[in-house]
Design a protein around this ligand. Structure first.
Ligand code: M6R
Length: 367
């Protein structure tokens, strides 16, 4: 059932191109100029009336929600807040009938997420679920459901569910934008065209697994490491850090690159590994100067950037991993893949149970 792979996690990482295709299938018009989401029952008037969006989820699904915030805000220009589900319910959030609450859950059974969904409904909000399990509790109780077609995810560490959730957010963001009119058809066609290329671009990254394995093996010798990035890169950094902690048990932190100098920089010493994500054109110079802050303190930096910038970024880092070029907004769908592989190979190098890490369960049904 592992189809020749040593672990479910590795198999699921490799299934991502298929998961992308399956999650997009039938949701893009034949001429590739529009998003089609018949599963969303909201009328155009209801969509135009949304005045805020809350995204609520746990763990990796929460990290997908961090990217979802930027996607929806930039495409549809609606203010979005992303919350950890176990916090949401208790912070007395401002939920009105004009609030769209999006819950994200691979399993659709996470207790904290389900409780947040019920609280949102109690307050009169419309709830849209992004879930990977048809007929799950979350799917049954939400008003609208976008199913991610990632297929069963067995490994405790979530990989293809996360990337499929990103695809769902791109489709939803574009759908909101085309309905509200914040983006024209030409723009939407451009993004859809770039999305169609993602599966093959992921394949290209997977082909470089050996390089990532070597990087992971040297990182696994350290007891602590940092992920840094700005904007969307920071969101991906948080997912990379969780993945590493979860299966390799190596301590790591994800920091907004510009925030390091406000305290955490004190932890950087000779040899501390830092994975720096540098994919966002508009933030590029700023992140490079943050990289200089850590290299000046002796950090060993792996830069993850897109091919367009690799020559320039290569000058500032010790090691470089380049991902294929895509639109800045879509980059998380590629940049997370090397981080998944680094976690996998680090866990493997340390001899841990990759698919069943200690203290964790696949589905968390207690609050
Ligand atoms: O099934 P869910 O998406 O609701 O699960 C949420 C988290 O428990 C889950 O993403 C967890 O963080 C993963 N083990 C991370 O890899």
């Amino acid at each position: 059932e592992k189809s020749g792979f040593d672990h479910f996690m590795l198999k699921e990482i490799h299934e991502q191109p298929k998961a992308y295709r399956d999650t997009m299938r039938g949701r893009i018009s034949d001429d590739s100029r529009k998003v089609v989401l018949p599963e969303i029952g909201m009328t155009h008037e209801q969509i135009k009336g949304i005045n805020r969006v809350h995204i609520v989820a746990c763990g990796t699904a929460y990290h997908a929600g961090l990217i979802g915030k930027t996607v929806i805000e930039s495409l549809a220009r609606i203010p979005v807040e992303t919350d950890v589900a176990s916090e949401y319910r208790y912070r007395n959030p401002i939920i009105t009938p004009d609030t769209l609450v999006i819950v994200v859950s691979q399993s659709g059974e996470t207790a904290d997420t389900l409780a947040a969904l019920r609280e949102a409904k109690r307050c009169g909000a419309r709830v849209l679920a992004i879930t990977n399990v048809v007929g799950s509790s979350v799917a049954r109780e939400a008003d609208d459901v976008i199913t991610t077609w990632a297929g069963p995810e067995i490994a405790v560490a979530s990989t293809k569910a996360y990337t499929s959730q990103l695809v769902a957010f791109y489709l939803l963001g574009l759908y909101l934008a085309q309905t509200i009119g914040t983006r024209d058809e030409e723009f939407i066609a451009g993004v859809l065209g770039a999305m169609n290329e993602l599966p093959e671009q992921v394949e290209l990254i997977l082909e470089q697994s050996e390089v990532l394995k070597k990087i992971a093996e040297s990182m696994a010798k350290h007891s602590s490491l940092f992920f840094i990035g700005r904007g969307l890169d920071w969101g991906v950094a948080q997912e990379g850090s969780l993945k590493l902690k979860e299966i390799s048990y190596i301590h790591s932190e994800a920091y907004a690159a510009g925030e390091l100098k406000h305290g955490t920089l004190a932890l950087i010493e000779e040899g501390t590994p830092v994975i720096a994500l540098v994919t966002q054109e508009d933030l590029y110079e700023k992140t490079l100067s943050n990289i200089k802050e850590v290299t000046a303190r002796g950090a060993y930096v792996l830069g993850v950037t897109n091919q367009n910038n690799q020559l320039e970024v290569g000058k500032s880092v010790d090691e470089l991993f380049a991902i294929p070029n895509t639109l800045p907004l879509l980059t998380p769908a590629l940049s997370v893949v090397p981080l998944q592989l680094i976690s996998y190979y680090a866990s493997l190098a340390l001899g841990h149970d990759v698919d069943k890490p200690r203290n964790l369960a696949k589905s968390v049904t207690v609050e």
